[in-house]
Design a protein around this ligand. Sequence first.
Ligand SMILES: [Zn+2]
Length: 92
Amino acid sequence: MCTEEPLYWLGPLGGCDICKKPFNNVMYDVKTNIGPWGNLCESCFQLYTSRRLGTGQGQKFERQTDGRFLCVEGQSGLAIAASDTKKIILGY
Ligand SMILES: [Zn+2]
């Protein structure tokens, strides 16, 4: 999971859980519309999720030059704080 910084994906990573294709440079660990969480590629993220990131929703990872996937969006901390602030401002 994606809970400490810097946040790298540490689990086994085959391909996308839906289309089974290998990941290019982006991977999402995200809750899907059909229920379970999965490792999704960009196109399946667009098709099979609510496209929201954050606690209880999902995280976005990008492949680094060393081949590891770094969490770049949706992690707890700054990203969540920013979206919570936005929610407060917008009133929802
Ligand atoms: Zn896919």
